[in-house]
Design a protein around this ligand. Structure first.
Ligand code: HEC
Ligand code: HEC
Length: 333
């Protein structure tokens, strides 16, 4: 068993104080849970909406169409949903993404579920928000390989798109343009959240929502320090941490900043729905969740977890799978 006592130092002082105060009054088990619940945040149904980014029905509907629209790719067959497939946890379940003409990129496809809760997009955080992110894959040579001008020209060929852009951006005299494509896709993505997981129900007060093994995994997750980086509603601090996962030569954040301190640093990924978004890590090198957890213990915490501790943490992570968004694949023009 991994010791839990000394690592308690990683808990914020107010939480420790609260725990101590409660320990005087509450019975052991309930007090124990009261200690842990304040360390976590439930996942809201809607991601935070940045100022000036209206979430209207018309924008969300347009964004949904564009997300599934392959004709904004050079080949006419690749859409966002090719790699962020709703049937596969909104990712692709292959180690590294395959895009235009079968080219394989360098990185694993992260899920878009709950991505609106991240303050930095991509493994290297090169875009701050979903709007900034959205136009990248359309133009990326290994993804959709399309110029924005050509994508806009194609959309303009369809009366339904001209109408939907006009409805989504009523103040815009010439609304079919790249900036609005980004706004619409981002509005749609902010609806792709997975609230009400067993763990969220547990946080809301239902002790029976987690098995005792999952509760033990939650304690280990907090006490051994996973929570230092995997925190907040989406289990990511949106910060960059140095690590070289198996087989990776990717320089990560360094490629964005050129700062030595960022070499091999990656943005903490979400752990929401992590049980269904395998394979793992920036290069998709690890297929199984227990192995990913063991690597994290070793590389990030200098700790060799016993097999039963790995199992408990994995059981906890499985409780982070929430309700999948109810999205109908749109009929395209
Ligand atoms: C060919 C596969 C492919 C296609 C097509 C694709 N993506 Fe991605 N997506 C990826 C990969 C790979 C990454 C990670 C790239 C990186 O970090 O450098 C990614 C990252 C993202 C992220 C950031 C998530 C995070 O955790 O940082 C979002 C959001 C996203 N894509 C949305 C989209 C949208 C919207 C489209 C369509 C306009 C799209 N993707 C098209 C493969 C793809
Ligand atoms: C110092 C910050 C930090 C700590 C502590 C940490 N992680 Fe991570 N975690 C990361 C980063 C960064 C990555 C991405 C690494 C990569 O792919 O290059 C990651 C990736 C993961 C992944 C793979 C997710 C995916 O979708 O690819 C899992 C699972 C994971 N961590 C679980 C844990 C667990 C469990 C603990 C505690 C034993 C832990 N982490 C501790 C920062 C951290």
């Amino acid at each position: 068993m991994t010791s839990v006592s000394f690592t308690r130092l990683t808990l914020p002082a107010p939480v420790l104080a609260l725990g101590l105060a409660l320990s005087l009054v509450a019975p052991a088990a309930a007090q124990d849970m009261a200690d842990y619940r304040p360390l976590f945040e439930p996942l809201p149904a809607l991601a935070p909406i940045p100022a000036g980014r209206a979430m209207t029905e018309a924008r969300i509907a347009l964004g949904q169409m564009l997300f599934f629209e392959p004709r904004i790719s050079a080949s006419g067959v690749i859409s966002c949903a090719t790699c962020h497939n709703p049937a596969l946890g909104w990712t692709d379940r292959i180690p590294r993404a395959t895009g235009h003409e079968g080219q394989v990129g360098n990185r694993n496809t992260p899920t878009v579920l709950n991505a609106g809760f991240l303050a930095a997009q991509f493994w290297d955080g090169r875009e701050p928000d979903l709007e900034g992110q959205a136009l990248g894959p359309i133009q990326a040579g290994v993804e959709m390989a399309m110029t924005l001008d050509a994508a806009i020209a194609r959309l303009n060929e369809f009366a339904i798109y001209r109408e939907m852009f006009a409805a989504a951006f009523p103040d815009d005299a010439d609304p079919v343009h790249a900036g609005n494509v980004a706004l619409a896709i981002a509005a749609f993505e902010r609806t792709l959240n997975t609230p009400n997981s067993p763990f969220d129900r547990f946080l809301a007060g239902d002790d029976s929502a987690l098995t005792s093994e999952q509760q033990q995994g939650m304690r280990l997750f907090a006490d051994s320090g996973c929570i230092a980086c995997h925190n907040g509603p989406n289990f990511s601090d949106s910060q960059f941490h140095m690590i070289q996962v198996p087989g990776s030569t990717d320089e990560g954040r360094f490629l964005v900043t050129g700062d030595e301190a960022d070499r091999h640093a990656f943005r903490t990924p979400t752990l929401r729905n992590v049980a269904v978004t395998y394979p793992y890590f920036n290069n998709g090198s690890v297929e199984a969740l227990p192995e990913a957890v063991a690597i994290m213990g070793r590389e990030m915490l200098g700790q060799e977890f016993a097999a039963e501790d790995v199992s408990a943490i994995v059981a906890f992570l499985e409780a982070l799978t929430g309700e999948m968004p109810d999205v109908t694949i749109p009929a395209l023009p």
